[in-house]
Design a protein around this ligand. Structure first.
Ligand code: GLU
Length: 470
């Protein structure tokens, strides 16, 4: 059974880079009918916060990255870590190191002076006698020679020399376990078969594999994902992508679109750009992940979001739109069913927040008409057609797009003008600006009462203009 995990540290929020890691790990499990486990690596108690834990859990829930087990919290597993440390001490796989800070500083200085790599020299490896007045750390006895070969599913074969690795501290002098150690205990206990993570962890892997071997465990398969860079080629910054994933939710990105965008950072399937979540699960494989870094492109994310908005059925989109209408300060009950807004606007909005704010005139009256549009379109020549269309619409029995279209069309015919010549002045009067869905849809969404009142106001404006011109 394939078991993958996502193991974020709640020292920060869930951002694009970590979501991509979670996604690839989740997809791999889903694709192979395996299990996906969530583990919160919160042993850094100073920098881990409950708010960040919440940001991670909320973000994953919003994205639909469901877990089969967890969240497990490392801070609740200290007894288990202690147990292994004691066992390794007893078996001689780990040892107490009583070096003082001064001694380590001296060692570092001497190594730097000699142009050597700074590393612990193993001086307590075989010493037994404790030293008074020093709280020891515990170090893992790393093999002194030989190689560690990582057959990485993304990077291929990567070889490390044991001679380059020093004896890692696995417990600090206060007894708390350290990062690489807790990771391997958990990967072992949680029976993880595939570790998918960022390639900033590649250098930890040989140490982790040595420790797994000390546990008598087979190492999992590793897949180290390349970095995501900012559009400027530098590390992802706050300005680009390194923000809480919930910020994208707030802006009206669809969770499927986020996943679709992220799956393409490092993975491809021919030249296909748009994937449903089911398609991703069906097609994804870790062996197809590219090992070069990819860069974050906000425009492409927005384009993908728009494609998903277009593809989402109006009923569902309408439901999703409700909180965004509220966020835009609108009362969803003061206008059309949001499902109808979704139908009318889905081709022209790249985010749900954008859709909600573009539909403002359907829920709320406005004071002023855009001046430039009024000047251009509400001119005396349209007075006759505007009045005629208002009269025709007043008499409509059923307020629907088809009937509205017929009414507008017949007035345009009567006056021998094309639909646009009539539609644009109507649009400006009814929406306050020059852009909206097709005029029949627009009027339908704005509703009978508001449409007629706004047309009347537009007509007054044109009359006043005609009067002042004559
Ligand atoms: N907690 C680590 C991080 O957030 C991940 C460790 C791992 O995946 O092995 O970067």
């Amino acid at each position: 059974m394939i078991r993958t995990r996502f193991a974020p540290s709640p020292t920060g929020v869930l951002h694009l880079g970590s979501v991509r890691t979670a996604l690839f790990s989740w997809l791999y499990a889903r694709r192979h009918g395996g299990q996906f486990i969530l583990r919160i690596e919160d042993t850094d108690r100073e920098r881990s916060t409950p708010e960040n834990v919440k940001a991670i859990l909320d973000g994953m829930q919003w994205l639909g990255l469901d877990v089969d087990e967890g969240p497990f919290f490392q801070t609740q597993r200290f007894d288990r870590y202690r147990e292994v440390i004691d066992q390794w001490l007893a078996e001689g796989k780990a040892y107490h190191c009583y070096c003082t800070k001064e001694e380590l500083d001296e060692l570092r200085e001497a190594q730097m002076k000699a142009g050597e790599k700074v590393r612990y020299d193993g001086r307590w490896r075989d010493r037994k006698a404790p030293r008074k007045g020093v709280d020891p750390v515990v170090r893992f006895k790393n093999p002194l020679d030989g190689e560690v070969v990582v057959n990485d599913a993304v990077r291929g074969r990567v070889v490390f020399d044991n001679a380059q690795l020093d004896d890692l501290i696995i417990a600090r002098s206060d007894g708390t376990p350290t990062y690489n150690f807790t990771v391997i205990i958990d990967d072992y206990d949680m029976r993880i078969t595939h570790v998918v993570r960022g390639d900033d962890h590649l250098n930890n892997t040989p140490r982790q594999m040595n420790m797994l071997e000390a546990l008598g465990a087979e190492p999992p398969t590793y897949a180290h994902l390349p970095m995501i860079l900012g559009p400027d080629g530098a590390k992802l910054s706050k300005r680009h992508g390194a923000v809480d994933i919930r910020e994208y939710e707030r802006q009206g990105y669809l969770p499927e679109a986020m996943l679709n965008y992220l799956v393409r950072l490092g993975w491809s399937h021919g030249d296909q750009e748009i994937f449903s979540v089911d398609e991703m699960i069906e097609l994804f494989d870790i062996d197809d992940v590219n090992h070069s870094a990819s860069s974050f492109n906000p425009e492409k994310l927005t384009w993908i979001n728009q494609q998903h908005i277009i593809a989402t059925p109006a009923g569902k989109l309408g439901e999703m739109l409700v909180p965004y209408l509220e966020q835009a300060g609108l009362d969803p009950s003061a206008g059309p069913n949001p499902e109808h807004i979704a139908e009318g606007f889905h081709e022209r909005a790249d985010t749900l927040l954008h859709m909600a704010s573009s539909a403002r005139y359907c829920y709320e009256d406005f004071e002023v008409i855009d001046e430039k549009s009024a000047k251009k379109h509400l001119r005396p020549v349209v007075l006759g057609p505007l009045k005629a269309v208002r009269d025709r619409l007043t008499k409509l029995e059923h307020w629907g797009p088809v009937a509205i279209n017929e009414a507008v069309q017949s007035v345009a015919e009567d006056f021998d003008i094309n639909m646009g010549k009539l539609g644009q002045p109507m649009r400006v009067a009814v929406t306050g600006g020059p852009v909206s869905p097709p005029i029949d849809t627009t009027l339908w969404l704005v509703g009978r009462e508001r449409t007629l009142a706004r047309l009347a106001r537009g007509i007054e404006l044109v009359e006043a203009r005609a009067a002042s011109a004559s």
